[in-house]
Design a protein around this ligand. Structure first.
Ligand SMILES: [Zn+2]
Length: 386
């Protein structure tokens, strides 16, 4: 398989502005038409609004267990970044291909799609599936629709390859990523009469202090043998909003917080502990001043950790296809933990590097695409005989 077709496809894919806040349907239509050109049918799984969709397609005998190539079609925003050229019009500079999504992760999708002719050339003994999602960058929302579809219609798969940028290294684990929003409602009044109101910011400070104590506690007890660079679960507050004026007691305060968990169940435990503190200590104190005071905590998203499974089928295959011996863990989240939670042997391996993604003038090297094309070629060869 020539990497030139991967470059060509990447250029087309970068041309669709699929920042997560926008529709990805033009990109999905393009991929659908590309596959249809080879007689491959796509299953489109739309979101509730109909403005975004997943694409799932299969080459080979769908009734048998097979291999999944997983990628997300959305990209992170370019707002606030000073790009030297149009981020959605790929340009080449020596070995580098620049454009939003080149590394994360349209490069992988382009290599997977470039493999279609080779996949069709001779019959596959085990099928290869394309699982292309929307809204990965905003909490891995789309992929659940793909997993539901697979659970309803297909046998359990042999391995899932998530093509996030790893420099074509094999990544066997990452932390979970949960996003939470706590809304504190007290009672506003003039700052000269705080006795008549309930200061939502003051009470939010107590709640954030509680979160800070969790963060310190976790930090003081690092996990021995952890594969993660930061070997403990982290908790942080990232955004605080509240109040209207210096001389007013604020009736509202909301803060967004984040948990990066090293293992499953940690988010539930921490949220439960936080709610117990909130309901037991903070809300009763607020209600003394205003009966309708409240504290509400919502989980905006909860991407499960991708737990290392040393020697798993997906890991063994990825090491062989990538020609690598070592398996590492990364700091960013992905859809891998969601596939794994659904019982599928999963690994992350893709072209480009996370340090080259999400940045101004994001790029991928042609060398990385070549490596990925080689990886897919070896997978196809394996699927032909497996
Ligand atoms: Zn990504």
């Amino acid at each position: 398989m020539a990497h030139s077709s991967a470059i060509e496809l990447l250029s087309r894919l970068v041309g669709f502005n699929t920042v997560s806040s926008r529709s990805n349907l033009e990109a999905i239509d393009f991929i659908k038409a590309y596959l249809a050109g080879f007689g491959v049918e796509s299953i489109i799984i739309p979101d509730a609004t109909g403005t975004k969709a997943n694409l799932f397609a299969t080459i080979g005998p769908a009734d048998r267990p097979g291999y999944v190539l997983s990628g997300h079609t959305d990209v992170v925003p370019v707002a606030g970044q000073e790009w030297s050229r149009d981020p959605f019009n790929m340009w080449r500079d020596g070995d580098r291909l620049h454009g939003r999504g080149t590394s994360d992760m349209k490069g992988f999708i382009a290599c997977a799609l470039a493999g279609v002719p080779a996949m069709l050339k001779e019959p596959l003994a085990a099928p290869i599936h394309f699982a292309l999602s929307y809204d990965e960058e905003v909490g891995c929302l789309g992929v659940h629709g793909i997993i539901d579809h697979m659970a309803k219609t297909l046998p359990q798969q042999l391995a899932v390859f998530v093509g996030e940028p790893t420099g074509m290294g094999v990544v066997g684990g990452h932390k979970g990523s949960a996003g939470l929003l706590t809304t504190v409602t007290g009672k506003a009044c003039h700052s000269s009469r705080p006795d008549l109101g309930v200061n939502a910011i003051f009470h939010a400070m107590d709640l954030m202090g509680e979160l800070r104590s969790y963060a310190n506690e976790l930090r003081s007890a690092p996990e021995t043998g952890s594969p993660f660079e930061v070997p403990y679960t982290t908790v942080s507050v990232g955004v605080v909003q509240g109040g209207t004026a210096r001389n007013a007691i604020p009736g509202d305060c909301a803060f967004q917080w984040d948990i990066r968990a090293t293992s499953g169940g940690v988010v539930e435990t921490l949220v439960e502990r936080f709610r117990t503190f909130s309901d037991g200590k903070v809300v009763p104190a607020m209600k003394e001043g205003f009966a309708d005071s409240s504290v509400v905590t919502n989980i905006a998203y909860d991407v499960p950790p991708f737990v290392p499974h040393v020697g798993s089928h997906a890991e063994t295959l990825a090491k062989r296809f990538a020609g690598r011996n070592e398996v590492t863990a990364v700091n960013y989240g992905s859809e891998a933990g969601i596939f794994q939670s659904a019982g599928m042997s999963t690994i992350i391996c893709g072209p480009g590097r996370d340090s080259e993604a999400h940045i101004t003038d994001e790029w991928i090297t042609v060398e990385q695409l070549e490596r990925c094309v080689g990886f897919i070629d070896r997978l196809i060869d394996h699927a032909r005989h497996a």
